[in-house]
Ligand binder design. Structure first.
Ligand code: TYD
Length: 229
């Protein structure tokens, strides 16, 4: 199963992912934890360019192509082989970040971004995406207090982050069956309990309905078949 976590900066994804992975492993599941941009050696080199606070001259199109290049490598080298081996892959961000940040945040054409993303991922779509929701004000405040790595996008204006959040909420509305929304402005333990219940429900369904795990093709008018994992 392919699970992704999305959310505004400072929503606590990293901590929640770590706790979820520990819990799944205790239950005998093989889990691969990864993140975007990055996840592979090549991806990490691209990540360094993307996050360099001195790269203020980066063109929005160059930015999307770099995220997509990192993603293509990630899918080909790490995610697909792990899924094929029956592992649970949990990624801290994936293609929805591109739609939220470059699409809703920067104003790039969403259909064009979807096309680039399909090319980069060959249509690999998560089976479950957990959206950790928090206001940009609270999220950025948490990052400052937590002393996390401060990246080029954190430095964007508050309105940018507000557009990103509104974008995420729109994405959730468009595909409610894939997304699960969690209110992240609560204590870590409370959020984790909810996340575990959502993952458990999905794993249960997978075992009942689709075992052995099979790709489920979803066809829409404009898009080629997507591989749901
Ligand atoms: P990171 O330091 O991993 O932060 P976080 O803990 O919030 O995930 O930085 C990832 C940053 O990259 C984050 O600001 C979102 C941004 N991003 C995009 O703009 N587009 C993308 O496609 C991806 C994967 C990330």
């Amino acid at each position: 199963m392919f699970v992704t976590f999305e959310g505004p900066d400072g929503s606590g994804k990293t901590t929640q992912i770590r706790l979820l992975a520990e819990w799944l492993r205790e239950r005998g599941r093989e889990v691969v934890l990864t993140r975007e941009p990055g996840g592979t050696e090549i991806g990490d080199q691209i990540r360094a360019v993307l996050h360099d606070p001195y790269n203020t001259a980066m063109d929005a199109r160059a930015e999307i192509l770099l995220y997509s290049a990192s993603r293509a490598q990630h899918v080909a080298q790490l995610i697909r082989p792990a899924l094929a081996a029956g592992k649970i892959v949990i990624s801290d961000r994936y293609a929805d970040s591109t739609l939220a940040y470059q699409g809703y945040g920067r104003g790039l054409d969403l259909e064009m971004l979807r096309t680039i993303t399909r090319f980069a991922t060959r249509g690999l779509t998560p089976g479950l995406t957990l959206y950790l929701d928090i206001t940009p004000e609270e999220g950025l405040q948490r990052r400052r207090l937590g002393g996390d790595e401060w990246n080029r996008l954190d430095a964007e204006a508050l309105e940018f982050h507000q557009r990103v959040r509104a974008g995420y909420l729109e994405l959730v509305e468009q595909e409610p069956e894939r997304w699960a929304v969690v209110n992240a402005a609560r204590p870590v333990e409370e959020v984790q309990v909810e996340i575990r219940a959502m993952v458990q429900a999905r794993l249960g369904k997978e075992t009942r309905v689709t075992k052995p795990v099979i790709a489920r093709n979803k066809v829409t008018k404009q898009s080629p078949p997507l591989l749901m994992c």
